[in-house]
Design a protein around this ligand. Sequence first.
Ligand SMILES: Cc1ncc(COP(=O)(O)O)c(C=O)c1O
Length: 360
Amino acid sequence: MSQLEDLMRPHMAGIATYHGVDPSAELARKAGIKPEDVIRLNANENPYGALDKVADALNGIDLHLYPDTQQRKLRSALAQYTNQPVERIIAGAGGDEIIDLLMRLFVERGQKVLDCEPTFGMYAFSARLADAEIVSVPRNGSWNLNIPAMINAIDESARIVFLASPNNPTGNLLTESDARALLDTGVVVCVDETYYEFAGSTLCHLLDEYENLVILRSFSKWAGIAGLRVGYAIASATLIRHLMDIKQPYNINIAGEAAVLAALAHRDELLERAGRLVEQRRRLESAIDELDGVTYYPSHANFLLCQFERLSAEQAYIKLAERGIFVRRFPQSVLDDSLRISSGTPEQTDRLIAALRIVV
Ligand SMILES: Cc1ncc(COP(=O)(O)O)c(C=O)c1O
């Protein structure tokens, strides 16, 4: 450690960082192909991009003005979309920021944060930043929760449980009875519905019953604006008031605000595109059904977790990358034999299926 690093908070200086996706040019460079040949099926992004009407809404916005700290227009549009009162809503710079804000609000050094592996890596990363104790309770063979083990792990130092529904990367839903069992313990339960618009299933109706429930959503996937970083949480008015008090004042930038307002105004078109991505996932499932050497887990999202029988996931990853197709791998984890493949356009799905026929 250098002298400078000695001054740092030790848990930060030595942190295991979060590795996000590379830009397409970098993927192309690593695979030795042209950037225009890259098919990005590795981040569950929306391959249709933003709606033109959403992009148009960014023209002429007042870039020289600070955004509204109270997110008035945004929160009221979200209230209308979710059918929830404004007081129950906060927007964040992506769902990621909401996860971080929850840690700041609830978790002190050494306190417990629970998640259920395999799941979205940001929960554990944010917990590491908070110097929390991360308790990862493994899911069972069909990726459902081990509720007795979770309840056993919840003691007086437990603060938040993170549950994605559909879960990334396994694609399965959280059941209402499992959510209730955890909510009844009194800890904060964050139900992450980032893929809600693909699954059409929500636990929002439990908000009237549980003050400790947080529903997390995002505009990154269905609305095609991952680059603008907007997500939101729905929770009790008390919880939201405290999150509003601790957030960075101008956390949603003015372009993100304008894009979300336009996306919500044109939600039918976006939901239709989300439906097309679900259709492409189903097409991929049917194609895999016909193939030997690869299987998949049932999914409610815009991605499919696939398992390879004759070659390692790493080999499959490399063979797909050589053909310009980039998917998500999970080395050194319980999923080291699996790849997560995002839904693409029909043309991308054609190329993917053709590649899988050769590769597996
Ligand atoms: C389950 C889950 N939650 C949250 C996020 C974060 O989304 P964003 O910060 O782009 O809103 C993701 C992104 O991949 C995710 O898969």
